[in-house]
Design a protein around this ligand. Sequence first.
Ligand SMILES: C[S@@+](CC[C@H](N)C(=O)[O-])C[C@H]1O[C@@H](n2cnc3c(N)ncnc32)[C@H](O)[C@@H]1O
Length: 228
Amino acid sequence: MKQNLLLLTTEQETKFTTFIEEFSLWNKTHNLISKGDSTDLWERHIYESVLLAQFFPKDAPILDIGSGNGFPGLILPLLGLTPHMCEIISKKASFLKYMLHHLHLPGKVLNEDVFGLKQRYAYFCARGFSALKNLLKVQHELSESRQHEDVQLLNVEEILVNKGHDFSKKIKNSNLLKSSAYGVYLKGPSFKDEIDDAKKVFSFDYLVFSVSEKNHIVVTFNVSPLLF
Ligand SMILES: C[S@@+](CC[C@H](N)C(=O)[O-])C[C@H]1O[C@@H](n2cnc3c(N)ncnc32)[C@H](O)[C@@H]1O
Protein backbone atom coordinates (compact mmCIF):
# COMPACT_ATOMS: atom_id res chain seq x y z
CA MET A 1 0.00 0.00 0.00
CA LYS A 2 1.22 3.48 -0.91
CA GLN A 3 0.60 4.89 2.55
CA ASN A 4 3.53 2.91 3.93
CA LEU A 5 5.79 5.29 2.04
CA LEU A 6 4.62 7.99 4.43
CA LEU A 7 5.91 6.04 7.44
CA LEU A 8 2.62 6.16 9.29
CA THR A 9 2.10 4.58 12.66
CA THR A 10 -0.39 1.70 12.82
CA GLU A 11 -2.92 4.00 14.48
CA GLN A 12 -2.50 6.64 11.80
CA GLU A 13 -2.77 4.01 9.08
CA THR A 14 -6.09 2.83 10.51
CA LYS A 15 -7.36 6.42 10.55
CA PHE A 16 -6.22 6.96 6.97
CA THR A 17 -7.91 3.75 5.85
CA THR A 18 -11.21 4.85 7.42
CA PHE A 19 -10.77 8.28 5.82
CA ILE A 20 -10.18 6.72 2.38
CA GLU A 21 -13.24 4.48 2.71
CA GLU A 22 -15.48 7.35 3.71
CA PHE A 23 -14.02 9.75 1.15
CA SER A 24 -14.43 7.20 -1.64
CA LEU A 25 -18.07 6.62 -0.67
CA TRP A 26 -18.81 10.34 -0.90
CA ASN A 27 -16.82 10.63 -4.10
CA LYS A 28 -19.12 8.13 -5.80
CA THR A 29 -22.18 10.31 -5.25
CA HIS A 30 -20.72 13.81 -4.98
CA ASN A 31 -17.76 13.73 -7.40
CA LEU A 32 -15.39 15.33 -4.89
CA ILE A 33 -12.45 14.54 -7.11
CA SER A 34 -12.62 13.60 -10.78
CA LYS A 35 -12.70 9.90 -11.69
CA GLY A 36 -9.15 9.94 -13.05
CA ASP A 37 -8.09 11.57 -9.84
CA SER A 38 -9.39 8.84 -7.55
CA THR A 39 -6.45 6.52 -8.28
CA ASP A 40 -4.31 9.54 -7.37
CA LEU A 41 -5.92 9.94 -3.97
CA TRP A 42 -2.82 8.70 -2.14
CA GLU A 43 -0.21 9.80 -4.64
CA ARG A 44 -1.46 13.34 -5.06
CA HIS A 45 -4.06 14.63 -2.65
CA ILE A 46 -3.02 12.85 0.51
CA TYR A 47 0.72 12.79 -0.13
CA GLU A 48 0.83 16.52 -0.94
CA SER A 49 -1.21 17.25 2.19
CA VAL A 50 1.20 15.24 4.34
CA LEU A 51 4.09 17.20 2.86
CA LEU A 52 2.49 20.42 4.11
CA ALA A 53 1.61 18.89 7.49
CA GLN A 54 5.22 18.05 8.31
CA PHE A 55 6.03 21.73 8.76
CA PHE A 56 3.67 22.33 11.67
CA PRO A 57 4.45 21.82 15.33
CA LYS A 58 1.89 20.06 17.51
CA ASP A 59 -0.80 22.38 18.95
CA ALA A 60 -0.15 24.95 16.21
CA PRO A 61 -3.12 27.28 15.60
CA ILE A 62 -3.40 26.57 11.85
CA LEU A 63 -5.76 28.05 9.29
CA ASP A 64 -6.23 26.03 6.09
CA ILE A 65 -7.31 28.59 3.50
CA GLY A 66 -9.90 27.33 0.99
CA SER A 67 -10.16 23.75 2.26
CA GLY A 68 -12.43 22.54 -0.54
CA ASN A 69 -12.79 18.79 -0.20
CA GLY A 70 -10.31 18.61 2.64
CA PHE A 71 -6.76 18.86 1.32
CA PRO A 72 -4.77 19.46 3.39
CA GLY A 73 -7.41 20.39 6.02
CA LEU A 74 -8.80 16.91 6.68
CA ILE A 75 -5.38 15.25 6.52
CA LEU A 76 -3.85 17.45 9.24
CA PRO A 77 -6.03 16.02 12.07
CA LEU A 78 -5.20 12.49 10.91
CA LEU A 79 -1.62 13.42 11.81
CA GLY A 80 -2.40 14.89 15.22
CA LEU A 81 -2.85 18.55 14.25
CA THR A 82 -5.93 20.68 14.98
CA PRO A 83 -6.64 23.00 12.05
CA HIS A 84 -9.40 25.45 11.33
CA MET A 85 -10.63 24.92 7.79
CA CYS A 86 -12.09 27.89 5.97
CA GLU A 87 -14.37 27.07 3.05
CA ILE A 88 -16.83 29.54 1.50
CA ILE A 89 -19.08 26.97 -0.25
CA SER A 90 -21.67 25.55 2.16
CA LYS A 91 -21.92 22.15 0.48
CA LYS A 92 -18.19 21.61 0.81
CA ALA A 93 -18.16 22.93 4.38
CA SER A 94 -20.93 20.45 5.28
CA PHE A 95 -18.85 17.60 3.93
CA LEU A 96 -15.83 18.75 5.96
CA LYS A 97 -17.97 18.98 9.12
CA TYR A 98 -19.40 15.53 8.50
CA MET A 99 -15.94 14.02 8.07
CA LEU A 100 -14.60 15.60 11.28
CA HIS A 101 -17.61 14.38 13.22
CA HIS A 102 -17.78 10.92 11.65
CA LEU A 103 -14.06 10.20 12.02
CA HIS A 104 -13.88 11.76 15.52
CA LEU A 105 -11.21 14.20 14.41
CA PRO A 106 -10.19 17.47 16.09
CA GLY A 107 -10.52 20.74 14.19
CA LYS A 108 -13.16 23.24 13.16
CA VAL A 109 -14.86 24.18 9.90
CA LEU A 110 -15.50 27.85 9.18
CA ASN A 111 -18.10 28.21 6.43
CA GLU A 112 -17.09 31.79 5.68
CA ASP A 113 -15.24 34.06 3.30
CA VAL A 114 -11.62 33.95 4.49
CA PHE A 115 -11.27 37.66 3.82
CA GLY A 116 -13.98 38.34 6.43
CA LEU A 117 -12.49 36.22 9.25
CA LYS A 118 -11.67 37.90 12.55
CA GLN A 119 -9.86 35.13 14.40
CA ARG A 120 -6.06 35.23 14.41
CA TYR A 121 -3.60 32.43 13.65
CA ALA A 122 0.14 31.85 13.75
CA TYR A 123 0.25 29.25 10.98
CA PHE A 124 -1.39 29.23 7.58
CA CYS A 125 -1.53 26.67 4.80
CA ALA A 126 -3.20 26.28 1.45
CA ARG A 127 -3.24 24.06 -1.59
CA GLY A 128 -4.69 25.45 -4.78
CA PHE A 129 -6.52 28.39 -3.23
CA SER A 130 -5.19 31.44 -5.04
CA ALA A 131 -2.07 33.36 -6.08
CA LEU A 132 0.63 33.81 -3.44
CA LYS A 133 -0.09 37.52 -3.06
CA ASN A 134 -3.67 36.72 -2.00
CA LEU A 135 -2.43 34.14 0.49
CA LEU A 136 -0.02 36.72 1.92
CA LYS A 137 -2.91 39.17 2.26
CA VAL A 138 -4.73 36.64 4.45
CA GLN A 139 -1.53 35.75 6.32
CA HIS A 140 -0.81 39.41 7.04
CA GLU A 141 -4.35 40.35 8.06
CA LEU A 142 -5.00 37.32 10.27
CA SER A 143 -1.59 36.93 11.90
CA GLU A 144 -1.58 36.85 15.66
CA SER A 145 -0.13 39.98 17.18
CA ARG A 146 1.70 38.12 19.92
CA GLN A 147 5.47 38.31 20.24
CA HIS A 148 7.53 36.13 17.96
CA GLU A 149 9.23 34.55 20.97
CA ASP A 150 5.91 32.88 21.78
CA VAL A 151 5.56 31.25 18.40
CA GLN A 152 7.28 27.94 18.13
CA LEU A 153 9.42 27.58 15.07
CA LEU A 154 8.22 25.45 12.25
CA ASN A 155 9.89 22.10 11.83
CA VAL A 156 11.96 23.75 9.12
CA GLU A 157 15.19 23.12 10.99
CA GLU A 158 14.58 19.37 11.07
CA ILE A 159 13.49 19.33 7.44
CA LEU A 160 16.58 21.21 6.26
CA VAL A 161 18.87 18.97 8.27
CA ASN A 162 17.15 15.87 6.86
CA LYS A 163 17.73 17.23 3.39
CA GLY A 164 21.43 17.58 4.13
CA HIS A 165 21.46 21.36 4.56
CA ASP A 166 23.59 23.06 7.16
CA PHE A 167 20.74 24.71 8.97
CA SER A 168 22.90 26.92 11.17
CA LYS A 169 24.45 28.50 8.06
CA LYS A 170 21.13 28.88 6.33
CA ILE A 171 19.46 30.51 9.29
CA LYS A 172 22.36 32.71 10.38
CA ASN A 173 21.43 35.74 8.32
CA SER A 174 17.77 35.02 7.97
CA ASN A 175 14.82 36.41 9.83
CA LEU A 176 13.34 32.97 10.28
CA LEU A 177 13.57 33.21 14.05
CA LYS A 178 11.86 36.57 14.20
CA SER A 179 8.49 35.91 12.63
CA SER A 180 5.21 35.74 14.49
CA ALA A 181 3.45 33.83 11.70
CA TYR A 182 4.30 31.32 9.01
CA GLY A 183 2.58 30.31 5.79
CA VAL A 184 3.14 26.93 4.14
CA TYR A 185 1.73 26.85 0.63
CA LEU A 186 1.82 24.18 -2.06
CA LYS A 187 2.54 25.81 -5.40
CA GLY A 188 2.91 24.63 -8.98
CA PRO A 189 5.60 25.30 -11.60
CA SER A 190 4.74 29.03 -11.71
CA PHE A 191 5.82 29.56 -8.11
CA LYS A 192 8.69 31.90 -9.05
CA ASP A 193 6.37 34.22 -10.97
CA GLU A 194 3.96 34.18 -8.03
CA ILE A 195 6.77 35.16 -5.66
CA ASP A 196 7.85 38.00 -7.97
CA ASP A 197 4.28 39.18 -8.29
CA ALA A 198 3.74 39.08 -4.52
CA LYS A 199 6.93 41.08 -4.00
CA LYS A 200 5.25 44.02 -5.74
CA VAL A 201 2.78 44.32 -2.85
CA PHE A 202 4.40 42.69 0.17
CA SER A 203 7.76 42.54 1.82
CA PHE A 204 8.34 38.98 3.05
CA ASP A 205 10.94 36.31 3.66
CA TYR A 206 10.55 32.87 2.15
CA LEU A 207 12.03 29.41 1.74
CA VAL A 208 11.23 27.10 -1.15
CA PHE A 209 11.24 23.32 -0.88
CA SER A 210 10.98 21.79 -4.33
CA VAL A 211 9.32 18.41 -4.04
CA SER A 212 9.26 17.72 -7.77
CA GLU A 213 9.25 19.73 -11.00
CA LYS A 214 5.54 20.25 -10.51
CA ASN A 215 5.30 20.77 -6.74
CA HIS A 216 6.99 23.40 -4.64
CA ILE A 217 6.33 24.27 -1.03
CA VAL A 218 6.76 27.97 -0.35
CA VAL A 219 7.20 28.89 3.32
CA THR A 220 6.56 32.59 3.98
CA PHE A 221 7.21 34.68 7.08
CA ASN A 222 7.72 38.29 8.20
CA VAL A 223 4.99 39.50 5.87
CA SER A 224 4.21 43.20 5.75
CA PRO A 225 2.59 45.32 3.06
CA LEU A 226 4.86 47.58 1.00
CA LEU A 227 4.20 51.23 1.66
CA PHE A 228 3.79 53.41 -1.43
C1 LIG B 1 -9.03 25.07 -5.91
S1 LIG B 1 -9.95 24.68 -4.49
C2 LIG B 1 -8.73 23.89 -3.52
C3 LIG B 1 -9.33 23.01 -2.48
C4 LIG B 1 -8.36 22.19 -1.64
N1 LIG B 1 -7.47 23.04 -0.87
C5 LIG B 1 -7.59 21.20 -2.47
O1 LIG B 1 -6.38 21.39 -2.68
O2 LIG B 1 -8.19 20.23 -2.94
C6 LIG B 1 -10.14 26.25 -3.66
C7 LIG B 1 -11.22 26.27 -2.62
O3 LIG B 1 -11.24 27.56 -2.00
C8 LIG B 1 -12.59 27.94 -1.77
N2 LIG B 1 -12.63 29.41 -1.70
C9 LIG B 1 -12.51 30.29 -2.73
N3 LIG B 1 -12.59 31.56 -2.29
C10 LIG B 1 -12.74 31.49 -0.94
C11 LIG B 1 -12.86 32.47 0.08
N4 LIG B 1 -12.85 33.77 -0.22
N5 LIG B 1 -12.99 32.06 1.36
C12 LIG B 1 -12.99 30.73 1.67
N6 LIG B 1 -12.89 29.76 0.73
C13 LIG B 1 -12.77 30.12 -0.56
C14 LIG B 1 -13.33 27.37 -2.96
O4 LIG B 1 -14.71 27.21 -2.69
C15 LIG B 1 -12.63 26.04 -3.18
O5 LIG B 1 -13.25 24.99 -2.48
